[in-house]
Design a protein around this ligand. Structure first.
Ligand code: FAD
Length: 442
């Protein structure tokens, strides 16, 4: 059995830790945040488990939409222009991935991952003592224009071709599913196999289960450097001491690229900042979760509260809350829910989270070629909650030397690693190591 060190205690890191511990490995999670936090992506999200999401973020039309929206500060997308070669490189790779062929290849793979993950959530909810409000409620894609409904109808047909049930509904049919809130829509698509949960409860339950399985979680430990010998990592240098291990898993969300660079391995990623606003006393409640198609926003019932979420801001690793973005979300909600007025949000809890976004919209799951004992578990973008359990399961199989039950070649963290990039990465790592030696005197 191995000593597995997981960097990052978000939803992905905890699922990896739990599944590895259940296979008998000794597991340590190194997380720089404090133990009882309720912030960051894994807490701020909309809690949707979405087998319906078979189309990756990088898909035809996304570049044009992004260019159209980026000039409107209240729109769902914003790219903060900055002099960054990484950003240019990511943008170029994203643009190249926005093809029909990419979607055609990725969709069945994503479907299989989502369905396997959902099945694990079903098992967990039946088995665990601590509930996380997993409800197999289905998901509605609400459209408030005929054009939006037509586009979503094509998406529904695409999903059906992949074996995912999806039904186009009239406003009256939607009202029968959602009788407790007034809607202003042209129609919707219903995906009955989607589900929802409450993120903070899931995180609490995962903490409980990992501890019960013997996982050690080092909170307040910031990973600063790696101790390597040849093609192996020997230990992490953290703000809280040295953490040795046999296997290292990079699950640090949007910060993973920065850490990978210290090891000289390219892992192209940008963070996509999103916000959620939780309204404790909404004017009505929902029974399913919903995506608002034209606004690219989301709504999920969480107990008596409703959580509204949205925006994708490519602004680097900046977690600040931008009021103009919040205004955009609030306005968009009123277009679909006439009784949800701006004053309702005056006391809403606002959270921001940085989604880890790879250029092709697909996660990085698997080993790096450059280090024999380094893996990546990140890049899940808008699907991290949905895909965390299956990511954990696949990792536990990789680390245990077993054949994975789902092929993981397509998710390789080396898929952008050309020889030149690897050589440049090695130079970066050497430069970083000598800088670190100069600073620390070690
Ligand atoms: C508004 C919003 C709505 C969303 N809705 C959904 C949804 O409905 N369904 C869905 O599936 N997904 C959704 N997502 C996406 C989902 O939240 C993310 O994909 C997921 O949380 C990513 O988890 P993670 O563990 O990879 O990253 P994170 O949650 O960011 O965790 C990474 C962890 O690594 C730690 N870390 C970073 N650097 C270091 C270091 N140097 N040393 C130690 N620790 C470090 C961080 O502190 C952090 O805790 C949403 C996201 C947002 C913002």
């Amino acid at each position: 059995m191995s000593n597995v060190v997981v960097i990052g205690g978000g939803v992905v890191g905890l699922c990896v830790a739990l599944m590895c511990a259940e296979k008998g490995h000794r597991v340590v999670v190194v997380e720089r945040g404090v133990a009882d936090r309720d912030e960051g992506c894994s807490f701020a999200n909309a809690g949707m488990v979405v087998p319906s999401h078979v189309v990756p973020l990088a898909s035809p039309g996304m570049v044009a939409l992004g260019l159209k929206w980026m000039w409107n500060p209240e729109s769902a997308f914003h790219l903060k222009p900055r002099a960054s070669l990484d950003l240019v490189d990511w943008g170029w790779k994203f643009w190249r991935a926005c093809t029909r062929e990419h979607v055609r290849r990725a969709a069945p793979l994503l479907r299989d991952l989502h369905l396997a993950s959902r099945a694990i959530y079903e098992q967990w909810t039946a088995r665990w003592d601590e509930p996380f409000a997993f409800v197999e409620s289905g998901m509605l894609v609400l459209c408030n224009t005929e054009r939006g409904l037509e586009e979503e109808s094509h998406a529904a047909a695409f999903a059906r071709d992949l074996g995912m049930p999806a039904e186009v509904l009239t406003p009256k049919q939607v009202a029968a599913i959602e009788p407790d809130i007034r809607l202003s829509i042209a129609g919707a698509v219903h995906f009955p196999r989607d589900a929802r949960l409450v993120p903070a409860q899931l995180m609490r339950a995962l903490h409980g289960e990992t501890k019960r399985s013997g996982v050690e979680i080092h909170h307040g430990a910031d990973v600063r450097a790696f101790r390597t010998r040849g093609a192996r990592i020997e230990a992490l240098e953290t703000s809280d001491g040295i953490v040795p291990g046999d296997e290292f898993v990079l699950a640090a969300g949007a910060w993973s690229s920065k850490l990978a660079r210290r090891l000289g391995v390219p892992l192209p990623m940008q963070s996509g900042k999103g916000y959620s606003l939780t309204v404790e006393k909404p004017p009505g409640t929902m029974r399913t979760c919903a995506i608002l198609s034209e606004a690219r926003a989301a709504v999920t019932p969480m107990g008596a509260a409703l959580r509204f979420g949205g925006t994708m801001e490519i602004t680097g690793l900046d977690e600040a809350i931008e009021p103009v973005r919040i205004r955009g979300i609030v306005k968009a909600m009123h277009d679909y829910f006439p009784d949800v007025t701006p004053n309702l949000f005056a006391t809403a809890a606002i959270r921001a989270g940085l989604r880890p976004c790879s250029p092709d919209g697909l996660p990085y799951i698997g080993r790096f070629a450059r280090y024999a004992n380094l893996c990546a578990a990140t890049g899940h973008a808008m699907m991290g909650v949905s895909l965390a359990p299956v990511t954990g399961m696949l990792f536990a199989q990789v680390v245990s030397g077993e054949a994975t039950s789902i092929a993981i070649d397509a998710w390789s963290p080396d898929r952008y690693a050309s020889r030149r990039a690897m050589a440049r990465g090695a130079d970066d790592a050497q430069a970083f190591a000598s800088d670190a030696r100069a600073t620390t005197g070690v």
